[in-house]
Design a protein around this ligand. Structure first.
Ligand code: PAF
Length: 281
């Protein structure tokens, strides 16, 4: 695996592969990799000749009181995991090259960034769309893979690439869960044993809602109340939001029909976790 730390070298490699007729698959990450990331990388490898993974903890997507400084980092471990999936290039930019002092440009997607995580993290998606655009200009991928766990992010990236005519195909990989149902996340490492136990309620409540839908429940108010009640029973949890939205617009819906997303964000202790379930009836 080649490690590249400069933009010009990354672009040079990308141009070289493109001239050779090779397709580039890309998985952007913030590191502290887990099986969820690795599944996205394996998916990218099925769709491209060369796999590039970036690790960059992007400061512009963190709010002032969020965990930028404490975000988990372990580059040596990440490199071993990347070798295990036969990653070709690890792109490792830093703040100085990504956001030099004179930096002034941001990419924003409207409306889709306002609901769900956009409400409690107002500038988060502006940071995500900006860094993903910049990374795309460095890596020049043919396909890029994002995870369904960040369902709103995935939709926003798809919207952005379509709206800005970016010549890259966006593929969405499924949520990968621990044996007890907890969605894999780099932030799970923050959880104390008691919090880790309580974190199971996110996927359990989504499961319970899906069972109710399978039995005919269609009122989203009833389903949201059911989920909120289950989560609130766990002592370490504080709900940020529980929403049921239309998958294309992310607008709240009153009834389950067609395709909807049940999305939730919950603080478990101080750690904010998200999870979701895609429903088709
Ligand atoms: O999903 C993430 O890990 C980040 O939001 C991303 C896409 C790598 C941008 O920093």
């Amino acid at each position: 695996m080649t490690i590249i730390e400069t933009i010009s070298e990354m672009q040079h490699y990308a141009d070289h592969w493109r001239q050779q007729g090779k397709t580039i698959g890309f998985v952007p990450t913030m590191g502290y990799l887990h099986e969820g990331h690795l599944s996205l990388m394996r998916l990218a490898k099925t769709r491209a000749d060369v796999l590039v993974v970036s690790i960059y903890v992007n400061p512009t997507q963190f709010g002032a009181n969020e965990d930028l400084d404490t975000y988990p980092r372990d580059l040596a471990r990440d490199q071993r995991l990347l070798e295990s999936v036969e990653c070709d290039v690890l792109f490792l930019p830093n703040d100085a090259i990504m956001y030099p002092p004179e930096y002034r440009t941001y990419v924003t997607v409207e409306e889709l960034t306002e609901n769900l995580c956009g409400t409690s993290r107002p500038r988060h998606f502006r940071g995500v769309t900006t860094i993903v655009t910049k990374l795309f200009h460095c890596v020049k991928p043919h396909v890029a893979v994002f995870g369904q766990k960040d369902a709103q992010q995935a939709l926003i990236i798809k919207r952005m690439t379509a709206d800005l005519n970016m010549d890259v195909e966006i593929i969405i990989g499924e949520i990968v869960r621990e044996a007890d149902g907890v969605a894999m996340s780099s932030r799970n490492v923050y959880l104390s044993p008691a919090e880790r136990e309580d974190a199971r309620v996110l996927s359990q409540s989504l499961q319970k809602a899906q069972e109710a839908i399978a039995q005919g429940e269609r009122s989203t108010a009833t389903l949201i109340e059911m989920i909120r009640t289950m989560i609130a029973q766990k002592p370490t949890t504080t709900i940020d939001y529980v929403s049921i939205v239309e998958t294309k617009t992310l607008h709240d819906v009153a009834q389950i029909e067609g395709e909807v997303l049940i999305a939730l964000a919950v603080f478990v202790g101080k750690t904010r976790l998200i999870d979701n379930a895609l429903i088709r009836v």
